[in-house]
Design a protein. Sequence first.
Length: 395
Amino acid sequence: MSVTCGSTSSTANVVVTAQQPAGPIEITSGGTYSGNWNSTDPSTPAVKIRTDQPVILQDSTLSGPGTLIDLSGVSTGANVTIENVTGTALDPGIAGSQRGAFVNARTVASLVVKNCTIIGASFGVQLAGGTPSTLEILNNKASNLEDRASDGQGGFLASRPSLGHFVIFNNVSAPAGAEIAWNQDVQTIGQSSTEDVINIYNSQGSQGHPITVHDNYMEGSSSPVINGHYTGTALITDGSGTNGAEPTAFVHFENNEVVATAGTGVGIAAGHDITADANRIVSCGMTSSGNWYAWGANGIVIWNYYNSTQFYNNTITGTVGGMVGPGTNDAPTVFDVWANPPDMLDPGNSVGGNDFTNPCLTGGVINLQAEDAERAYWAAKISAANELIGDQHSN
């Protein structure tokens, strides 16, 4: 809040708090906001932010059938911190419509999303464009993300209007770097639908300041709507780099965990100067009832999917664990590495130095306890690091 009289001005921070459930809110000036906001209209966000002034949205609970937080700067770019917020996406109730994102962001100068809990949204954080000076997605918890279209009666159609992601950076330039870390995304095979968990699409860090994706936990990525086979990947660099877009570059995946997925663990499908080090992939490909789930994947992949001329200096090393799926006659089969041979002739591309011990396969028999062990590993890891995951404001 600011007051100006002649050449004299004064500014004070304002805290706006909604204690009782309220309708949607539109924020057009800086300050700290907390409350309980909801929308009943799929076209109206629960929280709409339209200002370049610093905004902190904290200690809040949101719900709605559309986008929960829609933010955009009006000139130089939005400066938004979202912390300790729980967002629940609801069925839009319109046949063919899709649930909204937890955060849909554009024209951003600074964005921090930290210690939030995301339930049932089509996207967790969807950021398009911009050159943010600060970009951090930290310590969030997502569960049962859902990108299928509503049937209008509380169920789902066999279609996905937009392939959902937990985090996607689309045409984002982050010369100061960015961090995606200590997030947990857990899906339920056959009961939720999402595509890639973290997708860096036509987006760039810089040499010495990469987009760093580390110490994240991703479980159960799949979709009941597969149209032949599931194409999702837990961690992927993506984007054609055409029509004026810069190719993905300077991205580092490190110390992430992928468990029980129907998709690929780590994929480099586009870009240059991408490194993936010391990631853990433990996926047995089978439900506890002994059924293979819809599957079509490899543990790690390097493939110049868009046939770009800028596909080089990409390495995957130090990966442990392994991926198992149905092979010939549904026999349990190891699918750890796929590197497209022509692409491995490009300068600096390598998949050497990985250590796949395949704990999911013991004497030719599926061992689901390997996945349980990995879940325990994650729990011990966050405890030892004193990391708090998800919304803490009600604890």
